[in-house]
Write a protein that binds this ligand. Structure first.
Ligand SMILES: [Zn+2]
Length: 308
């Protein structure tokens, strides 16, 4: 075998590992409990044990590099974790400790970037991204609004690691406080909780975004909420497209399956904010489901996808 690419999706309740062959087909998947209630050392041992199990079950040599996707950030040379929902990881040098215990290079990225990498190269964007030099913008819209950028098969993290964080660009005329400390961020308008609050204020009753979407044909407040989403989605995404000019956009997260984001009206909302006479790129729903995180982690170790 030319090469195999190992990835781990480190979540709050489960840790999943995958080995992809050089054409990015999964050879093995294995899942264990995180057990974060037993503390940081336990989570390290779980990961080390998972890698041993994957080596034993596959009969393959241990890789020189492994990719790990996890919520939150892992900063600096030691990969010190912050904003993780696996609370015992926060403040700990996860990258350094795993490199010591696994005796291999460890690449850590947040779960949103892993989603974008997997969906752009193996999922929704697979055909579009097969040509060299292509760029994908991947969106996560749900509880929060985030995103990531893949250029030519590789993540573009940026100088501060914030490339693609469009959810904290300000929307004109908006001033609601955001958890990040600023006001009027896109996330305060087009995230799921923001839209649910808007609907509650209009209608006097609470409903999930899914219910609001279903009601939008008959209920005026629901219609207004969806119109607000589509209009501001267009403003926020148009600003990204004017800077990045991607070849495709993939819309993931809880809002990725809202059909109103794929209508001619939504395209027009984006197009009217784009500095060009035409707007031709595809806006795509994701295809890989729960697998995107772990596949993206494996792609961090970098199969030569242009050779597929
Ligand atoms: Zn913000």
């Amino acid at each position: 075998m030319k090469g195999a690419y190992w990835g781990i999706d480190l979540g709050g309740t489960k840790i999943e590992g995958v080995i992809l062959d050089e054409t990015a087909r999964p050879l093995l998947r294995h899942r264990i409990a995180t057990g974060q209630e037993h503390g940081y050392e336990h989570v390290l041992m779980q990961i080390t044990g998972l890698v041993e199990t994957m080596a034993g079950k596959s009969g393959l040599d241990r890789p020189r590099t492994i990719g790990i996707g996890t919520p939150g950030r892992a900063d600096g040379r030691d990969g010190v974790v912050s904003n993780s929902n696996t609370l015992c990881l926060n403040g700990m040098p996860l990258k350094r400790d795993l490199q010591e215990s696994l005796r291999m290079e460890v690449l850590i990225e947040n779960d949103a970037n892993c989603f974008v990498l997997a969906e752009s190269m193996l999922g929704a964007g697979r055909d579009e991204m097969a040509m060299a030099g292509r760029t994908a913008f991947g969106i996560i819209m749900g509880t929060g609004v985030g995103g990531g950028i893949v250029c030519d098969g590789r993540l573009h993290g940026g100088a501060h690691g914030i490339a693609g964080e469009w959810g904290h660009n300000p929307l004109p005329g908006e001033s609601s406080a955001c958890y990040c400390g600023r006001r009027g961020c896109a996330e305060t308008v087009i995230s799921g909780p923001a839209l649910e609050s808007y609907y509650a204020a209009l209608s006097g009753r609470r409903a999930s975004l899914q219910e609001i979407t279903a009601l939008s044909g008959t209920d005026a407040s629901a219609r207004k909420t969806i119109d607000r989403l589509v209009l501001n989605f267009g403003v926020a995404l148009g600003a990204v497209i004017n800077i990045l000019d991607p070849d495709l956009v993939i819309i993931g997260g809880g809002l990725g399956n809202i059909r109103h984001l794929y209508t001619p009206e939504a395209r027009q909302a984006v197009a009217s904010n784009v500095f060009n006479h035409s707007f031709n790129i595809p806006l795509l729903p994701p295809l890989l489901g729960d697998s995107a995180g772990v596949f993206g982690a494996a792609l961090l170790a970098g199969p030569p996808l242009q050779e597929r």
